[in-house]
Design a protein around this ligand. Structure first.
Ligand code: UDX
Ligand code: ADP
Length: 483
């Protein structure tokens, strides 16, 4: 069979991966029609909104790409079956969260959405279709997809004799949120795994419109799937390593930023991904490591499983220890105290809060009775309410004695529209996301609106230390030992 020519792409799943990836493919390949489909109508409506500030995800540079491509060769819709039928290649980019019940709960990925997609492709595709695993998946998921597709192929007699053939390839996404457009336009590498050389070359031909040939790596299916899990595991491991070093710094008088520079200048270690913080978040790291742990147990490798599990354990500990030390510094109680939380997204330049450290830290502080004033430039109030599983404000049943809200000792939170609004009247400011606007805060001015003694907790090493100190505020920085 010759290498199939790709004219039409269907991408199932218009999320943080599917949306930006397809926008960049459409931008780089104007001759290919790219149809992105999702069963969530409101998400599709948001992708189609005229006002580009209303796109469902915030990603620097995405609006420009959408402006160039949408309506030209990029289309967003809920017509999933039609898009599958027209496609030469189908990308599966649906969510694969960690299972919360049943076999493998807490570790294995929930593949029900992937399986549903495979069945839909099996039913509605026409002719030969290349199916691409784009979502992060446990190793050997391609085998499941293949089995479903092959069953459909064999059953063609019962389905109006429409001839269907399939090739399955793995093409994991390595983009990081907040820099997704740059990561897609100038990737470190593109990885394609599979056993059908024609399918691999067909997919490679899409990327070769803008990615240099030497950056397009070809592997077998399992290597490709495992590479994605292990790339994320290695990255997460670096963060847990530096976070554990930060804790040692705090008790010994070392400074984690200095240590990071000192070790990062060793070219074997490298200087990237060594920023100590409140603990990694995002939809991938924890899920992928837990997947790896599950896989290791499955294949009788308990020592390897516990090695990787340690990375997640340190991360959970890091989040817990930050909430605890805030309480400790505020004289052992935060009940009824107003604490400004700056940043709720799991990192800067995204509106994504999945697994964000802010969720656990905020929940722990709410549990202690804190009144949180949360400000994030991109995260909306309803997202925070859903993450904290609590509505904002005082319960309607509560009447403030003499309007002094500090008598209320249960945890409550409000969402604010600016740094100044969040900080006003607070006992402490806790910086949890490294948004650019938090770097240039005028502490001298803000300090006058805080209740003394007031604290700044900088978990991202982004504040100007001198300006906090001269403003008279007390400062705690991650990994900053008192020498
Ligand atoms: C990650 C991988 O980087 C990407 O290749 C993969 O495709 C998906 O998972 P993402 O989760 O979007 O991307 O963001 P990333 O930049 O990796 O950050 C993950 C978390 O680690 C964030 O919470 C971030 O704040 C934290 N982090 C990152 C640190 O705490 N310190 C660092 O030095 C780097
Ligand atoms: P990711 O970060 O992996 O892109 P998201 O949760 O942002 O994950 O996006 C996944 C998208 O996939 C969601 O918009 C969801 O509605 C969509 N989705 C899940 N299952 C299906 C399905 N069977 N058909 C179409 N879309 C689906």
């Amino acid at each position: 069979m010759p290498i199939p020519r790709i004219r039409t792409i269907c991408c199932i799943g218009a999320g943080y991966v599917g949306g930006p990836t397809m926008a960049v493919i459409a931008d780089k390949c104007p001759q290919i029609q790219v149809n992105v489909v999702d069963l969530n109508q409101s998400r599709i409506d948001a992708w189609n909104s005229k006002d580009l500030t209303q796109l469902p995800i915030y990603e620097p540079g995405l609006d420009e790409v959408i402006k160039r491509t949408r309506g030209r060769n990029l289309n967003f819709s809920v017509d999933i079956n039609e898009a599958i039928a027209n496609a030469d290649i189908v990308f599966i980019s649906v969510n694969t969260p960690t299972k919360n019940k049943g076999l493998g709960a807490g570790q294995a990925s929930d593949l029900r959405w992937v399986e549903a997609c495979a069945r839909q492709v099996a039913q509605y595709s026409q002719g030969h279709t290349i199916v691409v695993e784009k979502s992060t998946l446990p190793v050997r998921t391609a085998a499941t997809i293949k089995a479903i597709l092959e069953a459909a192929q064999e059953a063609k007699e019962t389905t109006k004799n429409i001839s269907r053939t399939f090739s399955v390839v793995s093409n994991p996404e390595f983009l990081a949120e907040g820099s997704a457009i740059k990561d897609l336009e100038i990737p470190d590498r593109v990885l394609i795994g599979g056993s059908d050389p024609n399918a691999i070359e067909a997919l490679a031909s899409i990327y070769s419109h803008w990615v240099p040939t030497k950056k397009i790596l070809r592997t077998n299916l399992w290597s490709s799937e495992l590479s994605k899990l292990t790339a994320n595991a290695f990255l997460a491991q670096r963060i847990s390593s530096i976070n554990s070093v930060a804790a040692i710094c705090e008790v010994t008088g070392a400074d984690v930023r200095e240590v990071a520079i000192a070790i990062g200048t060793d070219s074997r270690i490298g200087n990237q991904f060594l920023n100590s913080g409140p603990g990694f978040g995002g939809s991938c790291f924890q899920k992928d490591i837990l997947n790896l742990v599950y896989l290791c147990h499955h294949f009788g490798l308990p020592e390897v499983a516990s090695y990787w599990e340690g990375v997640v354990l340190i991360n959970s500990w890091q989040k817990k220890r930050i909430a605890k030390l805030v309480v400790h510094k505020l004289f052992g109680t935060v009940s009824g105290k107003r604490l400004a939380i700056l940043g709720f997204a799991f990192k800067a330049n995204t509106n994504d809060t999945r697994e964000a450290a802010s969720i656990q830290i905020s929940k722990d502080l709410l549990e202690e009775g804190a009144h949180l004033a949360i400000y994030d430039p991109q995260v909306k109030e309803d997202r925070i309410a859903s993450d904290l599983q609590q509505q904002p404000g005082f319960p309607s049943t509560w009447e403030a004695p003499e309007k002094n809200t500090q008598f209320y000792s249960e945890g409550i939170w409000v969402s604010c529209n600016s740094v100044a609004e969040a900080v006003e009247g607070s006992d402490a400011v806790i910086i949890l996301t490294e948004w650019e606007e938090f770097r240039s805060v005028d502490w001298n001015n803000l300090a006058t609106f805080m209740r003394k003694p007031a604290w700044v907790f900088d978990t991202r090493s982004i504040i100007n230390v001198d300006s906090v100190i001269t403003s008279g505020l007390r400062l705690w920085r991650i990994g900053d030992g008192e020498s």
